[in-house]
Design a protein around this ligand. Structure first.
Ligand code: F6P
Length: 319
């Protein structure tokens, strides 16, 4: 009987539990022995793992976070860490490893694949910052969470005609800010990929009142400028004082949306399907509504491209 290991790594994302459930239940369906590795790659090195069965993933589908716990993935980037991970995989008789996580976690999976461990990676990150990967678990939930906060803040901003700056996560990527800003009808969206537009947008915010804007909602991606610094700049340059809301970890938690649960279920099952057919070294995603396997090559690209059309649309609609 083959043994498959599964771990979650890096920042948690809503839908990781649904992916664990799909992996474990698919493994059980194929009569595999499923091993849940706790605390990501560090837990693998420390030998923290237990067998999982269909019942052990019951009632987790709707929960945010990860029941397997997580930790940073960079431990396997050192020769020592890589060797220890490899040794534990051999010692515990793990034939294949499924890694659920963001860009760095996928890079860590690629490191183990290179030294002969068959791996499949399931992308899960609220940042949606994996080059070439179309659908990632957690993004839709975070998007809905941010949109909900924009709506709530707009109620107050419009009632009192006060401006608001909402700082959104995304590390050095602006996808979450861009898409949530579009969904929430933000007057301005600032993202790191368009840093060259920063002065222009600041100018636009300053001109807001002369365009009959009684208040504005500015969504700023954390990788562009902090909400507090932006507020300071607007205060000094235009006398505009805004409320600053830093959404922080509220964006990572919460029950996954139906879209994320379904995506996680499909990707988890597909990862197992590929590994039992000895197809490893893959990132699983969905393209054109079909599961698709990508190679690890793309995770080494430096940045993800922002959707120019969506960016232009958001400016057009906020006139
Ligand atoms: O990668 C997910 C993410 O939430 C980023 O958007 C953010 O920059 C980072 O993790 C924050 O990490 P931490 O909570 O460890 O500071």
């Amino acid at each position: 009987m083959k043994r498959f290991g599964v771990l979650t790594s890096g920042a948690d994302a809503p839908g990781m539990n649904a992916a664990i459930r799909a992996v474990v239940r698919s493994g059980v369906y194929y009569d595999l022995e499923m091993i849940g590795i706790q605390y990501g790659f560090q837990g693998l090195i420390d030998g923290k793992m237990d067998q999982m069965d269909a019942a052990s993933v019951g009632s987790i589908m709707q929960r945010g976070g990860t029941i397997l716990q997580s930790s940073p993935s960079d431990v396997v980037f050192t020769e020592e860490g890589k060797a220890k991970a490899l040794q534990m995989i051999k010692q515990h008789g793990i034939d294949s490893l499924i890694v659920i996580g963001g860009k760095e976690s996928l890079q860590a999976a690629a490191v183990l694949e290179e030294v002969g461990v068959p791996t499949a990676a399931i992308p899960a990150t609220i940042d949606s910052d994996i080059p070439g990967v179309y659908e990632v678990i957690g993004f839709d939930t975070a998007l809905n969470t941010v949109m909900d906060y924009i709506d709530r803040i707009r109620d107050t901003a419009s009632s009192h005609e006060k401006s608001s700056i909402i700082e959104v996560m995304g590390r050095d990527t602006g996808n979450l800010a861009l898409w949530s800003g579009l969904a929430g009808g933000a007057e301005n969206i600032l993202i790191p990929e368009k840093k060259e537009d920063l002065d222009y947008i600041v100018e636009q915010i300053k001109q807001g009142p002369s365009r009959s804007k009684r208040y504005s909602i500015v969504v700023v991606a954390e990788g562009t400028v902090s909400g507090i610094d932006l507020n300071e700049r607007l205060k000094q340059e235009a006398g505009i004082e805004s409320r600053v809301t830093v959404l922080g970890h509220t964006q990572r938690g919460g029950a996954p949306t139906a879209a994320d649960r379904i995506l996680a279920s499909r990707l988890g099952a597909y990862a197992v399907d590929l590994l039992i057919k000895d197809q490893s070294g893959v990132i699983v995603t969905i393209k054109d509504n079909r599961p698709e396997a990508l190679t690890y090559g793309s995770v080494h690209a430096k940045t993800v491209q922002v959707d120019e059309d969506v960016y232009n649309l958001s400016s057009r609609l906020s006139i």
